[in-house]
Design a protein around this ligand. Sequence first.
Ligand code: FES
Length: 174
Amino acid sequence: MENNSRRGFMGKAFGAVAAVGAIGSLFAMKKSWDPLPSVRSAGFTTLDLSVYKENELITEKWRGKPIFVLKKTADMVASQTESQKARDIEVNGSHYMIAIGLCTHLGCIPAYNASNKGFLCACHGGQFDFAGDVTKVPPPRGFDIPPFKIEGNTLVLGEAGPEYTKMKESGVTL
Ligand code: FES
């Protein structure tokens, strides 16, 4: 009698463990069928440009690459040359330098100096101005600009809007 009830109890306990295991397996299977969050948003990064501070370089990420975002001060905007203006991205009256943060020589990540408003690449001494234009070789050109689309106060990286298309067609970026 005691043996029977113990067997009954053990049977129920094993049954419960098996059921929990089966539910766990179903969850694991469902998870593997669902697309990963990173795949769902693959290729696009949205930046809210209202949060950046003037003359403070912020490095974002897009498709595994560093993206430099530099909001320009009024002085920077007023002093821009024609070639700097051609690289300028204006959103809601504010001006930005947005570029892939890799030196166009051999791909090092240059550092920004806020006091002289320029970039120095420590690898071979290449320099860039606050607009991302090259000012000292060996880099062969300014920073490349990623495809972007302006949507209100946000910038969608990975989508080519009219402003980016114009830059590409005029040879401002590759
Ligand atoms: S990698 Fe930047 S100067 Fe060579």
